[in-house]
Design a protein around this ligand. Sequence first.
Ligand code: AGP
Length: 611
Amino acid sequence: MCGIIGVTGDTAALETIFDGLRRLEYRGYDSAGVALVDGGAIWRERAADGTHSVEDLAVAVAAAPRSATGIGHTRWATHGAPSVQNAHPHVDCTGRVALVHNGIIENHAELAAPLLARGHVLSSETDTEVLAHLLEEELARGAGLAEAMRSTLGQLRGAFSVVALTSEDPTLIVAARRAVPLLAALGEARGFVASDVSALLGRADRYFALDDDQVVEVRPGSLRVTTLAGDEVDPTVVGVDPSWDVVAAQKGGFDDFMSKEIHEQPRAIADTLLDRRANDGSIVLDELHLSPDELRAVDKVVVVACGSSFHAGMVAKYAIERWARLPTEVEIASELRYREPVLHERTLVVGVSQSGETLDTLEALREARRSGARTLVVSNVVHSTMAREADGIVYTRAGPEVSVASTKCHVAQIVALEVLALALAQWRGTMGPSALASTLDELHRLPAAVGEALGRAKEVEDVVDVLVGARDYFFLGRNLGYPVALEGALKLKEISYLRAEGYPAGELKHGPLALVEPGTVVVAVLDPLRDKMRSNVAEAAARGATVVVLTTDDDTDPPGDHVLRVPAVRDPVLAPVVEVVPLQLLAYGLARRLGNDVDRPRNLAKTVTVE
Ligand code: AGP
């Protein structure tokens, strides 16, 4: 997936594009490019230098012409290596059209063959370039750019957002989307499109969401949206979360976004818990849009998500089953899509997604809706595609998360899901008012406990000192400690590039123990099954592993070579929110020692809008 931006009517178009690209780099950064309308021609520059692509491009555009209309792109390669040749914008044979694209054109090879036969020259290995040549043919037939876009999109299979401009109509940018996020926006005498709102903060003042297969023509200060059939439709106005301001999207004195976001966790949790309790002590979920009666009718919950959001969903299973006594399954979104899950109108399918745009989760939710299930989304992004499509929403209020490695959104997701579980328990009558009130009180104590865990960063640093040099990690946990172990392993592998496996500790002896030897590091999450975990720690220690245990302050005799402690939390279902903190710090510390870019790890992107 990639980040795209288009600007018209902006005397500082290039500056706006770069500002946007810097804020969109979380979507991909292995190459970057920009195209401007320059008199009767298109001027283009591209760079491909891994994590420095946008900055290299900023140097390369020093001689750019002044222009008020342009498009920019930051790429996460899918088709074709990350190279200048494959970097966007792509142009047609005449050089009159330039476009940027996010997503995948699944039938690009089918579309390329006749184009080649008709004499077009394709100069990249991407799935994108065919679009430029298809637009070229439509323009040659006398179509305007918007009409050309409409007839071209009709030929495409796949998921995409695309923005194009032409030297023939210098104040126009045309954009469209299918299953991939794209916003249009207006500012005073200016028009914009971008992959997300962060790219336009401080510039636009009105934002519009596009539905699938809609085409938007943006001119300075105005826009027009049409369907593929050419019928004009009213654009959907979207509000912007006021906490998503320019300051929130900057590093604010920290070395990187990841450490800033790790330290923002107490606030993210507290904000996610705001206004969830009515005066009479009952739980309220304002944005839910599903009535207590509808939720009482539910007889099964299925949580779908990917990555860290999936780990939050695993914790939710314990909360929903324990408190609301509802059978709950948790499934990797990309797996649910392609089997035949038993879902019906009494199933509640909960999609968990920080971005609200992850394609696997989005499509799993769409599949659930087709089966008649009710859908609910836990998302951090107001008006994200998932939030717009779902029957119900619970927002996490973590503010923008820029670092690819999810931290504050992960803990906010657990908290939001736990509030949802309490609400289900309340409506189903499985928890009385005093149990609900005391669990909610306990949730409100989490920001302080997380703050205290953050205050122990030095202890983690000491362990980092010892572990630097180790290459193989096992993260073990049981029960509620298992999702914590999985999350610790995921954090470590994604930013440190070290081999790290998360495992249910009881499974160690069923195979993976064969890999444990002197030099292996075992990180053991002791709670909530401390005694059982002690045996698993002993098994690993006996094979020469270096053992780091994660336990609570009340543990008087922890095993292991190194001990990381967190404040104890009374309800074990809430403990993962606190326990994950030292593991985030461990991954962060090791990755920094290895000299890695923690915000932009290799091969990854923040929002994954491809399958
Ligand atoms: C976590 O650190 C990740 N980078 C990744 O696993 C992420 O959680 C996953 O891609 C899901 O994203 P989402 O929450 O935006 O759907």
